[in-house]
Design a protein around this ligand. Structure first.
Ligand code: SF4
Length: 515
């Protein structure tokens, strides 16, 4: 283990805490030294929660190590039950407490508390936060959904949504969006878990016909167990982006035996048309570096390339357990995947790839800011800004719309800066001009210079004849700046004695005036 200022994932007991915090009626008793209570901050501050996470720490100190720390754990567990009366208690140890080997599971069981107790064995030194969350969810579901004698009555058409959790990237909003899609298909949501589920809800999971696993990092282990033991099939497609959402709808409709058309025809999907409508000069082929958890990074790379026309110039993930998906996408793109949880290595890869946009986590947002590159967040680890007050999913149809907005707008800002530079000396839009809608208050426009008139009226007096492809490219520039772009390019060509304006001349002029 090494100390780090930034880390993509905490130790596995933070993953367990994410599950306990997401659920209702659950309390987590954590054998941990005084300093480990820092994890509370993650939830109350980042998610803007109105209450503390449901965790009791034993908070032993150095001087307690010579005494009976097991007794400390037992009284903490008893007090936590008396105070919070949970329907389910989970118990475990943090990294430091793991070393003193007090066996929280055995101690809690010996107390004979009047609620079920799930003991967690989370190896802190070999596993991380996502694994801890997945294992905790799995142990809870295993404990509360025993192997049935017979398959339950599943005549009601319903599905479970598995994986959404506390501190997840837009999980709250994804659940709302996917629930809306299911409603369009006439499928009821049986249980969403762990987010918002009480232990009694977990016990109802086997009643659904099938499962939808939205976040494999947290829900996959449980979904595979439910498939095996409770004969519940599970979806494989992650509905991020327009194409994947369509595949997801088709997969869900096939599992449910319903017609996918009502959800496929949703008129609120705007991403495909919006991305076709953006000026290709500014967006097509933009170099994008993608990094995050494997599921979100793989989905983002596909959307970036196939739905927005970007060129993915680097891809990676920080969670090794799911790196297979990233390797597959990287192979499709002809790239070497970066599988690393060292943010300095990620920073070096971003610098080497020279992207024009970074799609990453909260860490990459910092890195990109330092490098002056536009960035959008696509994955946990999250920051307070990733819990917006408004509805802002990543998945489903509205999620696809949100991807367009949040990935394209940072680039469009660059376009605006470029326009401002081009307009700096314009007769109508120069710095001293007043607002155009207050004409009577506006100062007189600058008088265009003789040379500007000459350039506009007689662009091809032997100098600056445009080739067909340069002219075609010029026509792609929005009409309201096209005249200015033509004049600038011709002036640029004249200064250099170029008789013909080729495509490259147009780009060179653009770069020259954009400086
Ligand atoms: S010992 Fe473990 S729980 Fe405590 S601060 Fe370090 S990583 Fe966090």
């Amino acid at each position: 283990m090494k100390l780090s200022v930034w880390t993509y994932e905490g130790p596995p007991h933070v993953g367990a805490m994410r599950v306990a915090t997401a659920m209702r009626g659950v309390h987590y008793v954590l054998h941990a030294p005084q300093g480990d209570t820092y994890a509370d901050l993650l939830f109350t501050m980042i998610e803007r929660r109105g209450e503390r996470p449901p965790v009791t720490y034993t908070t032993f100190q150095a001087r307690d190590l010579g005494k009976d720390t097991a007794d400390l754990f037992k009284s903490a567990a008893r007090d936590a039950y008396d105070r919070f009366k949970p329907e389910l208690m989970i118990v475990g140890a943090s990294c430091t407490a793991e070393l003193i080997q007090d066996d929280p599971g055995g101690l809690a069981t010996a107390l004979g508390l009047p609620c079920p107790v799930v003991a967690l064995e989370l190896p802190s030194y070999s596993r991380k936060e996502h694994w801890g969350a997945a294992e905790t969810f799995y142990q809870i579901v295993r404990a509360l959904c025993p192997k049935p004698e017979a398959v339950p009555d599943r005549s009601r058409l319903s599905a479970n949504i598995l994986g959404p959790c506390a501190l997840g990237f837009r999980h709250r909003d994804d659940v709302r969006e996917i629930t809306r899609l299911l409603e369009m298909l006439g499928i009821a949501v049986n249980v969403v878990a762990p987010l918002g589920a009480a232990p009694a809800d977990i016990a109802r999971i086997p009643d659904a016909r099938f499962n939808i696993c939205l976040y494999p990092e947290i829900g996959d282990e449980t979904a595979r167990w439910l498939e095996r033991v409770h004969v519940q099939p599970c979806t494989k497609t992650i509905p991020i982006g327009a194409a994947a959402t369509r595949r997801f709808i088709a997969e869900v409709a096939a599992l449910a035996g319903v017609d996918p058309a009502p959800a496929l025809d949703d008129p609120t999907l705007r991403l495909p048309w919006w991305s076709r409508s953006v000026d290709s000069t500014y967006l097509t082929g933009k170099r994008v570096f993608v990094f995050g958890d494997a599921t979100h990074a793989a989905a983002a790379a596909r959307v970036a390339r196939e739905e927005l026309g970007f060129e993915v110039c680097g891809i990676g993930c920080y969670n090794r357990e799911f790196a297979r998906e990233i390797r597959a996408v990287a192979a499709e793109l002809g790239l070497d995947p970066l599988v690393s949880d060292d943010h300095l290595e990620v920073e070096a890869a971003i610098i080497a790839a020279q992207p024009e946009l970074v799609l990453g986590t909260q860490m990459e947002r910092h890195i990109a800011k330092r490098l002056g590159i536009p960035c959008a967040v696509i994955s946990a680890p999250v920051h307070v800004q990733d819990f917006p007050a408004r509805h802002s999913p990543q998945m489903g149809i509205e999620g696809a719309n949100v991807l367009f907005d949040s990935w394209v707008h940072p680039l469009v800002m660059g376009l605006e800066e470029h326009l401002l530079t081009m307009f700096r000396d314009d007769p109508e839009f120069h710095d001293g001009a007043g607002p155009s809608h207050l004409h009577s208050h506006a100062p007189a426009p600058l008088v265009p210079s003789e040379t500007e008139h000459a350039a506009v009226s007689a662009p091809s007096d032997g100098q600056g004849a445009w080739t067909a492809d340069a002219e075609a490219e010029l026509r792609k520039i929005p009409f309201f700046v096209r005249g200015k772009a033509r004049r600038n390019t011709e002036a640029f060509a004249a200064e250099r004695g170029l008789a013909t304006i080729e495509l490259a001349t147009l780009y060179d002029a653009k770069a020259h005036y954009g400086r």
